[in-house]
Write a protein of this length. Structure first.
Length: 501
């Protein structure tokens, strides 16, 4: 390590003294102007992780669904997965070290993790479309180069694309080519193959309106469109040409407001979907003939996929074990449907893809989705082959899928320090502050088929309040009452929470 050079460059990316940040649910996230030093240091850390694993490591500059003024960074491990938990701790230590302690922390990490400093390092970098992202990714590159790492800057990418690049590079191209064309070819080929066997093939089944949250999804889908030829016709909305990123649009907006994004006209039964700012979430929706809005969120997508796979396994006589992983945000009726009707075991983990992914790996077929639209299905190549053969039944299975209640509300609450709230049982129960869980329990008892929980956000400075009940009105009231309890018991600041209805 050239300590002299590190000190010199670090001073150019100086840490504002006293600023403390946490590697949260999906990396660091805060106002973009506070992140320069974090980016530089994550460049350094990515080099150490690359040397230790003898693999390519990814760095993604994005703050996903957060407002445009925010930014963030996350590291991607060799198999395209989220950074290992012990390295998240290193990331937090390194980001928070004051200038004069930074070198020592860097050396400590290398020693603790037995990093061979002579080993080569390679880092790939991607970024979203935020105005701050280009400069911040340059700071990552500064960190990589000062530690002698090689890098490839992919520039603008969606988060899933960066994960793909890392995986391809570490598997010798067996999974696909680590280029943007490679990504489009692989995905479009799979899509065309799957859908050409579908029984419904009219034009209305091939068109999709896509709300791109004014983010990177627009640029990338526009590039990818050509690869579908006749297989899919997409119409893009909120493509970033005028509106603000994630503002009144995008998957988070549609899911939490249960209505279409601004800037998209929907006729009845048109197929529509929304990405979030870095295009790693998707939710689908449509208006029925009576103009009612229907959302196919992560819960329903998980139900559709797992019902399809479960029935397929029965048909092909395979007794593979299949499990669905959700978080506390999953609508209770989706969990009941999966367990009681589909007879699929359901597991609940903490919020964040890394937790769900980890659990889903325990099954032959693991389907995981967060209600907000992050998710996928994991299975081996052997299982995949069998599934492909039976793909013609897809549309049929879809029609049989669940009809579920949607009485959800997700409110936000500002408190002096959101860390006063700690949780257990996959974030479904509050441990502190004292009395909060008891207060929630009492409120929940007042409503039928109800459930509520609170947790500190891992991406924003708020406490999230979740409530569900047998009607929208009850869910709204319960959410408001719970948010008042949080305000009183957890040191609420500013105005008392107002009803969100
Ligand atoms: C991040 C997570 C997402 C989670 C969300 C929760 C990834 C890739 N993303 O976007 O899974 O649902 O944070 O945000 O893990 P919150 O902690 O602010 O509620
Ligand atoms: Mg995202």
């Amino acid at each position: 390590m050239d300590l002299g050079a590190i000190t010199k460059y670090s001073a150019l990316h100086a840490k504002p003294s006293g600023l403390i940040l946490q590697y949260g649910t999906a990396g660091f996230r805060t106002k973009a102007e506070h992140l320069d030093h974090v980016m530089f240091r994550m460049g350094l850390l990515a080099v150490l992780r690359s040397k230790q694993t003898k693999s390519t490591i990814g760095v993604m500059v994005t703050a996903s669904h957060n407002p445009e003024e925010d930014n963030g960074v996350k590291l991607v491990d060799p198999l395209g997965e989220m950074l290992a938990p012990s390295w998240e701790e290193h990331a937090t230590c390194l980001a928070n070290a004051e200038e004069q302690d930074m070198q020592r922390v860097l050396i400590d990490i290398s020693e603790k993790e037995a990093v061979n400093l002579q080993q080569d390092a390679f880092v790939v970098i991607g970024r979203d479309t935020r105005p701050s992202s280009e400069k911040l990714s340059q700071s990552v590159i500064d960190g990589v180069t000062v530690l002698g790492g090689q890098f490839h800057d992919y520039g603008l990418l969606t988060t899933p694309q960066l994960h793909y690049m890392v995986y391809c590079r570490n598997t010798g191209g067996r999974y696909g080519k680590a280029t943007i064309e490679g990504y489009y070819q692989k995905l479009s080929k799979a899509f065309v193959e799957l859908t050409k066997q579908a029984s419904c093939c009219g034009d209305e089944y091939r068109s999709l309106k896509v709300d791109c949250a004014n983010g990177i999804g627009a640029l990338k889908l526009r590039e990818m469109e050509h690869y579908f030829s006749q297989g899919l016709s997409v119409q893009l909305f909120n493509d970033g040409s005028k509106g603000k990123l994630n503002h009144l649009c995008g998957a988070d907006f549609v899911k939490s407001h249960q209505k279409p994004p601004q800037g998209m006209e929907i006729k009845s039964n048109e197929r529509c979907c929304s990405f979030d700012g870095d295009a790693d979430r998707i939710v689908y929706y449509y208006h029925d003939a009576d103009g009612h809005f229907h959302l196919i969120d992560g819960d329903k997508i998980a139900t559709l996929i797992s019902s399809f796979l479960k029935e397929l396994l029965v048909e092909i006589g395979e007794s593979l074990n299949i499990g669905v992983v959700q978080t506390a945000y999953a609508n209770g009726s989706s969990t009941r449907y999966l367990e009681e009707v589909m007879k699929v075991p359901v597991y609940c983990t903490k919020t964040g893809v890394k937790h769900l992914h980890h659990k889903a790996q325990e099954f032959d077929i693991g389907v995981y989705f967060e209600a907000n639209g992050h998710g996928t299905a994991l299975f081996s190549t052997a299982v995949e082959m069998k599934i492909k053969q039976s793909a013609e039944q897809l549309e049929d299975k879809k029609r049989k899928a669940a009809k579920m209640l949607e009485n959800i509300i997700d409110l936000f609450n500002q408190v002096a320090d959101r860390r006063v709230i700690s949780t257990t049982n996959a974030e479904r129960q509050a441990v502190t502050p004292p009395g909060l869980q008891e207060a929630i329990n009492d409120l929940v008892k007042k409503y039928k088929l109800s459930r509520a929980f609170v947790r500190p956000s891992g991406t924003e400075d708020v406490v999230r309040v979740y409530a569900e009940a047998d009607s929208q009105e009850s869910a709204d009231h319960l959410a408001h009452e719970v948010s008042l309890a949080v305000f009183q018991l957890a040191g609420g600041i500013g105005e008392r929470p107002q009803p969100g209805f």
